[in-house]
Ligand binder design. Sequence first.
Ligand code: SF4
Length: 445
Amino acid sequence: MNYADARRVATELEKLGYKSTARAEDADVIVLETCTVRQQSEDKAYGKLQNLRPLKEKHPDKTIAVMGCVVGVRGNEHLAKQFPFVDVFMEPSTDGKPLVSLLRQDDDLTLDLTETTQRHALMDGEVILPANERGKLISAPVSIVYGCSHACTFCIIPQKRGIERSRPVGEIAAEVRSLVAQGVKEVVLLGQIVDRYGYDVPDGPDLADLLRVINDIDGLQRIRFLTSHPNYMTDKILHAVADLPKVMPQIEVPIQAGNDEVLVNMKRGYTQAEYRDLVERIHRIVPDAAVHCDIIVGFPGETAAQFQDTYDVLADLKLDKVHLARYSPRPGTVSARRMEDDVPDAEKRRRFHLIEDLQKEISQERNNRWLGETVEVLVEDKHKGSWRGRSPQNKLVFFDDPRNLKGELVQVKIEHAGPWSLSGTPADAQPEPPAAIETIPLTVL
Ligand code: SF4
């Protein structure tokens, strides 16, 4: 989501005639995108910001902007005091207008007027990829709903990103069309609760309606969406996934914990049994779907027995992938204010590793079913000399081929399965030419 936000701001800068640079030192304008999902991310953001201080002192004409969750939607006086060298602070999901206004006031701004005028003709939603990504980016994130109106007790997002706001269908479609025109083959539609798309608009379209519109965009190959909330994953959305050829069979739907009391303390709004029913419903309507989830271990008060419920539910459901996190209190959240972070760090790590080991076995088992199958891979790039891409279920697939296949859909026969990836050979691979036959002179005796 941060990447998608940053790209919108980059588009505004491109409209003004700016070009991206590889190094901050070479830039006239530096925009720092920040994240606060964990303490570590927040510390990193402050560290990077401090590193910019000497640069600004040496070159006061450079413009420094900070955006994202460190700024948040609730004012930034404290940041302005701490980092007075920053020229502009912008909320998450900003359209970049505060920065654009500041730059427009700058008398020294020189613009490529022909190009700029052309770019001002962009429709609402259309984006310009930075030059280093144009024609090269294969999969692009597209935010479709900003903010979140839930109040999970551990989560800082609603305070930082504000209430839920769905973007209009036409604006999203314009963004996707502009991305496709610049070489993008796959879009990942994003929302904190992506399956609540349209809920904030009376009689608005829902996610299934939006998927149908995006599915019709010429040139687009694939659509994914994340992250869903179990309570809003309707049959209508699942049938759209099953019916629409470009929508990939991958459902990202966090459970967070497998114990009902912990789920109440997290204020998640469903029970373990309801989540099990959902997974059964997903597999019934979209039989080949890969289901991914998030888990937090060591939530305040989580006993060993409650953790065991989480372990057991994962052992039973055998999901394709689990994103694991150890609980860490985020200042300002309900759990940080009202609950004691009473699971010792060593125990959090032990629980983390138990689930990690379990999931490694499950992912291996899930991946083994692809052995001998031919899967369609959207090729993204080269990694250590091999082509790397993703299957419809979002499995990483590696293969070797001398052709330039970046951005192509390639049928790959799977010959090896590991827990985190698959590898194989393109179905249309040319057989290796036979090795040159050595001729041995015969001596007739
Ligand atoms: S639904 Fe997701 S983003 Fe919203 S409060 Fe809960 S965890 Fe945070």
